[in-house]
Design a protein around this ligand. Structure first.
Ligand code: C2E
Ligand code: CA
Length: 391
């Protein structure tokens, strides 16, 4: 049986190749994407062991490559990331119709590599039908004139990002800042709820808006860093952005050009959006996570997320919906729901964040419940950059 091993770390490649060779496999190796694709094209291997982090590229791109080439062999995934990232990547692979026989956390000992090779052999011997390919993401398109007005406002400098601090529940130090878009129009401020849904009617416009928001967030990060106050800036992204396969590369390139690390920017996705098209969202979100971006599931508790879906998605934070926080003092139900979300976040290794905290008593109760981070008018309203640094 032919095995192709692809990892950008030559030492791992050598170790896996040695162990597989001893187990009777005929092994080929690659440490760069071009090499991997050439070896693959030269003769489809029976099995592939694929690392998820590959320097300039990533394992999800290679799974998509294998999908495009109708690969019917067996794949084992390797990663130094935590098990949830591996599980998310496994889910993406399966939704593309790729047979994922095993996942292997790195660093791996020889015994574990042998066990993974045995799992590959077992799956290869059974040759089950691959799972059906996920349907393409649904797209909505509306050529209404109003998105054009938003595009013009973005180009014309009418938009501004305001910033709201997120504080650690324990010490109250600022541990992040959320960017919230504002539209200065006819001498007044237009709130995002009034125009984001309209921008979303046109994919190009919502893409332009998100790029603008990320760029403004990066600028805020650099200015804070220059003052010795660097904290991650959280940017809201739209569900429409999760339809674009290039989105992770575009965001990463934008940060690279600005010379800021990917942990400078976190991305918030509303729960309902993330759950709407699990397959498509998982591809984009997993690639973003592999590129080093933190991801938050926003407005959690209202979008009917299945727990299984939450387990498969590579989020790093859960933002508890404001509606529960609003009723915390008056409703035992809201109290119980927040408590279970905090427990859920704890057991999944996610950071819990409460939004809409508007009083000292609410902040105290949330801290008592174990919520990690707090955000709301009690600490600060969203502010223009210059006023943010005055706080
Ligand atoms: P969100 O992400 O859930 O943002 C939280 C909203 O709650 C913000 O409203 C914020 O100003 C408000 N808020 C914060 N603390 C409190 C509080 O203590 N009490 C009350 N009553 N409200 C509080 P905002 O700025 O109007 O944003 C509304 C929504 O618009 C956001 O909800 C987000 O989903 C969306 N949005 C904002 N900026 C962007 C953006 O740049 N891109 C995209 N795609 N969506 C954005
Ligand atoms: Ca948000």
């Amino acid at each position: 049986m032919r095995l192709l091993v692809f990892d950008d770390d030559p030492m791992i490649v050598q170790l896996v190749a040695d162990v597989a060779g001893q187990s009777g496999w005929s092994v080929e190796t690659a440490t760069r994407e071009a090499e991997f694709r050439t070896r693959f094209a030269a003769g489809s291997p029976d099995a592939i062991m694929l690392d998820l982090q590959l320097g300039a590229s990533d394992g999800i791109q290679q799974l998509q490559f294998l999908h495009r080439h109708g690969y019917t062999g067996v794949v084992a995934l390797m990663s130094g990331f935590d098990t949830r990232v591996l599980a998310a990547a496994q889910q993406v692979g399966q939704s593309l119709g790729i047979r994922i026989a095993a996942v292997m956390e790195k660093p791996a000992r020889v015994a574990r590599i042998r066990a993974v090779l045995r799992e590959i052999e077992t799956v290869a011997a059974m040759l089950p039908d691959p799972p059906p390919t996920a349907p393409p993401a649904a797209r909505t398109r509306d050529e209404a004139i109003t998105p054009a007005l938003i595009a013009a406002a973005l180009g014309g400098g009418e938009m501004e990002l305001h910033f709201q601090p997120i504080v650690a529940a324990g010490g109250r130090s600022v541990c992040g800042v959320e960017g919230l878009i504002r539209w200065h129009r006819h001498g007044g401020l237009v709130r995002p709820d009034a125009f984001i849904p309209i921008a979303e009617q046109d994919e190009a416009v919502i893409d332009q808006l998100t790029r603008w928001a990320v760029t403004s967030g990066v600028d805020c990060y650099r200015r804070l860093a220059a003052l010795g106050l660097a904290v991650p800036i959280w940017i809201n992204i739209s569900g429409m952005n999760l339809h674009s396969l290039d989105f992770p590369d575009e965001v990463a390139a934008l940060l690279e050009r600005a010379g800021v690390p990917s942990d400078a920017i976190g991305l918030e996705v509303t729960e309902s959006v993330a759950m709407r098209d699990l397959g498509a969202a998982a591809v984009i979100l997993t690639r973003l996570r592999l590129k080093g971006f933190a991801l938050a599931i926003d407005d959690f508790g209202t979008g009917h997320a299945s727990l299984e879906a939450l387990r498969q998605m590579p989020f790093s934070s859960i933002k508890i919906n404001k509606s529960f926080v609003d009723h915390l003092q008056s409703s035992p139900d809201a109290h119980a729901i927040i408590k279970s979300i905090v427990d859920l976040a704890g057991s999944l290794g996610l950071t819990s964040v409460a939004e809409g905290v508007d009083s000292a008593e609410t902040a105290r109760l949330l801290t008592e419940l174990g919520v990690a981070c707090l955000q709301g008018y009690y600490f600060s309203h969203p502010l223009p950059f210059d006023r943010l640094t005055e706080c």
